[in-house]
Design a protein around this ligand. Sequence first.
Ligand code: ZN
Length: 378
Amino acid sequence: MNSRKCSVNACSLRSEYIIPADAPYPDYYRQKKALTEAKKTNPSLKAVHSQVLQDVIGRVDTAFTAMKQRRHGFPRFKKFGQFKSFLFPQIDNDAIAGNEIKLPKLGKVTINLHRPIPDGFKLKTARIIRKASGWYVSIAVQMDVSVPDSVPHGHALGIDVGLEYFLSTSDGEQVKRPRFFNQLQRQLELLQRRLRNKQKGSSNRRKLNQKMGRLHEHIAECRRDFHFKLAHHLCDNAEMIFVEDLDFRIMAKGMLGKHTLDAGLGQFVNQILPWVCWKRDVYYGKVDPNGTSQECPDCGAVVKKDLSVRVHQCAECGSIKPRDVASGQVIRNRGLSAVGLVVDEIACGRDLSGALPRQDRVKQESLRSDLEKPALYA
Ligand SMILES: [Zn+2]
């Protein structure tokens, strides 16, 4: 990169890195080839398994390709301790025996096998990951099966996510936002204050950093656990789930950014919920997010309200319900029409199952609590 952008009048006096103008771009394959040469001059490279080295070059190449595509974001150099995982692209099928894994060049390593490898699966890759709490290995397995995508059917659920309530469903259920980071922030602050007095590069500083890393990991794990449990709970009561197609990265830059990130809305809506839905054979769909909170779910009229208005009140048809539940129902209606089902048909089906009375009661209760509470955004 430097050899291509150095200007003639500002060359370094000592040395300049120069590559001939007609030299081809050193892409993944060229660099992989060059590895054999590099091993002769740098014997330390020989200590690492060759496929692991190739994978590292692949990752660097991916980063540069991505930068070229979006035209910004020069790949950052990973200094000691920042490169947190490496991959064995091929492992033997009998690499795991008992509580040991056999890795190329490393030999047998004792592991804590969290769950047995299911029968009939081939072991493909092993990625070694370093976290604050220790070393992990994640193994990819393969079997030739085709899993059919779930088709739209049954009871539909529209989900509105937000910060006052983590999510509100079209059935009237509202889930409070857990505050993982806020609870542990005090602890983190204390650790950070102690860090100030520690000398750079000292082992006390490293120990303290490790402690902070473990706390961060703990927060992330609590959040992930909550997301998985919630996703399974949603799948218990629905055969179709619809969410808004939002970009949470934009929300995270706003005034309530810290809270958006703490809730981990993006991780829940874009990663964990689709995955759990796929596993549980629940249809997952995204709908157009424009104006979901300004529409009446019962008659379709436009009901303008700003963020401080927490209750949806329609002048056209007289329906009254919590604002987030109303937009959850709008999302459900949009999702149903997107997959070609009629809203009323679904409502009838739900009637027959006898689930409506209970859900109606929840709706009433959450409405009451919503009316009594002072508005967060007021
Ligand atoms: Zn209405």
